[in-house]
Ligand binder design. Structure first.
Ligand code: PMP
Ligand code: GLU
Length: 377
C-alpha cells in the first residue's frame, strides 16, 4: 500500500492527550495514577448551564442551525467582547466553533497560504504547531525570555517577507504567564509594521491570580489584525461540550466560515444554548472556581518551594511550570512509573528541561501527588 498523508506523517500526536490516555489505561489496569497531565477543570458544569441545554433538547433544538452559531450566542459573545475585552465587535464578527481548538485551526486555515510562516512563542501549547502545519504554513519558533517568559526586541528578527502571523497565548499554557503591556505592545507594533495577523488565544482569561488580563485586540489599530479566541472549557468547566469562538474582521470570519461549512457545519445546536446561559447567566460560579484554583496554586507552589524546584511566574491558568533540567521526558516518565503521577514534559511545548503540573485536581489528590513527587525526586 502507498504511504498515507506526507503532511500528517510530519505531525506529532497531541502529547497532553496521549499522556492522559496512558494514565487512564494505567488506572483501568488497577494502578492508582494521579493525572495532572491535562488542563481540565475537575468541577461539574454549573447547573444553570446544563439546564439551558436540557431545556433546548426538550424543546427540540436538535436540528441543523445557523452555520456561524445561533444568533443568541453570537450576540452574547459580541456583547461580552465589547464590554469585557474592550474590542469593537458586532455579531457578524463572531464565529462559534467546536472548542477554541477548532476556532484557532480555522483561523490558521483562513489566514495562511502554503509556505506562509507563523511565529509561535515557546513554551507553546502542543497544538499551535500542528494547526499551522495542517493549514499548509511553516511554524517558526521563538523563545520567550528564559526567566520572565515575556518578549523582547529579538522577536522582530524572526519576521521576513514570508511571515504572515504571530500566535500569542495569555495567560499561557503551559507557563501560566500573563503577557505584560510591553510584550503586547511589541507584538502589536510588529504586526502593524509588517502587515501581520495575530491570533490571541485567551482561553484562560478568567483564571488570573493578581494580574490583569488585557486583550491585544483592544489596542488601537489592532481590531482588524487580531483574531481573538476564547471558549467555555476553562472558565465554565465545559470541556466536553466542545464550544469555543473567535472574533475577527468580517473578512477573516467569512473565510473561517468556509472551513466550518465544509467540515463541521456548526457546533452542536443544543450545546450552544448552554453557551448562552454561561455568558448571560450569573458569573459567581466562575469566581468560585477561580478562587479554588488559586488555593490549589498556592499549595502546589509552596510544595515546589519545599522541594527546591523553581517555576515560571504562575500568574494565570492552572499550571505550575517547573524547571527540572536534563531530560524532561525521562523525568516525567520516572514520576509516572515510580510515583504514579502523570504530568506533561516541557519538550512537548518545545521547551526542554521543564515539566507542566496541572493543578486542576482536588486538594486531596494534589496533596498525595506532591508527597509522591517528593518521594521520587
Ligand atoms: N488553547 C489553549 C491554550 C488550551 O490550553 C486549550 C486546552 N484545551 C485550548 C486552546 C482548547 O480548548 P477547547 O478546545 O477545549 O476550547
Ligand atoms: N489544553 C489542555 C491541555 O493542554 C487540554 C488538552 C489539549 O487539548 O491539549 O492539557
Amino acid at each position: 500500500m502507498r504511504p498515507l498523508s506526507a503532511k500528517l506523517s510530519a505531525i506529532a500526536p497531541s502529547a497532553t492527550i496521549e499522556i492522559t490516555e496512558k494514565a487512564r489505561r494505567m488506572q483501568a489496569a488497577g494502578t492508582d495514577v494521579i493525572s495532572l497531565s491535562i488542563g481540565e477543570p475537575d468541577f461539574p458544569t454549573p447547573a444553570h448551564i446544563t439546564k439551558a441545554c436540557i431545556d433546548a433538547l426538550n424543546r427540540g433544538e436538535t436540528h441543523y442551525t445557523a452555520g456561524k452559531g445561533i444568533p443568541e450566542l453570537l450576540s452574547a459573545i459580541s456583547d461580552k467582547i465589547v464590554q469585557e475585552n474592550r474590542i469593537p465587535c458586532t455579531p457578524e464578527q463572531v464565529i462559534v466553533g467546536c472548542g477554541a481548538k477548532n476556532s484557532i485551526y480555522e483561523a490558521c486555515e483562513a489566514v495562511l497560504s502554503p509556505g506562509d510562516e507563523a511565529i509561535i512563542l515557546d513554551p507553546s501549547w502542543v497544538s499551535y504547531e500542528p494547526f499551522v502545519q495542517i493549514a499548509g504554513g511553516i511554524p517558526v519558533h521563538h523563545p520567550m525570555h528564559p526567566e520572565t517568559f515575556q518578549l523582547d526586541d529579538t522577536l522582530v528578527e524572526k519576521v521576513n517577507e514570508k511571515t504572515r502571523m504571530i500566535i500569542i497565548n495569555t495567560p499561557s499554557n503551559p507557563s501560566g504567564v500573563i503577557l505584560n503591556n510591553d510584550s503586547l505592545r511589541l507584538v502589536a507594533d510588529i504586526c502593524q509594521d509588517h502587515d501581520l495577523i495575530v491570533i490571541s488565544d485567551e482561553i484562560y482569561e478568567k483564571l488570573t491570580y493578581g494580574k490583569i488580563h488585557v486583550s491585544i485586540g483592544s489596542f488601537p489599530g489592532m481590531e482588524d489584525r487580531t483574531v481573538t479566541v476564547n471558549g467555555f472549557s476553562k472558565a465554565y468547566a465545559m470541556t466536553g461540550w466542545r464550544l469555543g469562538y473567535a472574533v475577527a474582521s468580517k473578512e477573516i470570519i467569512a473565510y473561517m466560515n468556509k472551513v466550518q461549512q465544509h467540515t463541521i457545519s456548526h457546533p452542536t445546536t443544543f450545546a450552544m444554548y448552554g453557551g448562552v446561559a454561561a455568558l448571560k447567566g450569573p458569573q459567581e460560579c466562575v469566581e468560585e472556581m477561580r478562587y479554588e484554583f488559586e488555593r490549589r496554586r498556592s499549595f502546589v507552589l509552596k510544595s515546589m518551594d519545599e522541594m527546591g524546584l523553581s517555576y515560571a511566574p504562575a500568574d494565570g491558568a492552572f499550571y505550575a511550570y517547573v524547571k527540572v533540567g536534563g531530560d524532561d521526558a525521562k523525568v516525567a516518565a520516572h514520576w509516572l512509573e515510580k510515583g504514579h503521577v502523570a504530568v506533561t514534559h516541557g519538550s512537548a511545548f518545545h521547551h526542554p528541561g521543564w515539566i507542566r503540573i496541572s493543578y486542576a485536581a482536588s486538594m486531596d489528590r494534589l496533596e498525595e501527588a506532591m508527597n509522591r513527587i517528593s518521594a521520587v525526586l
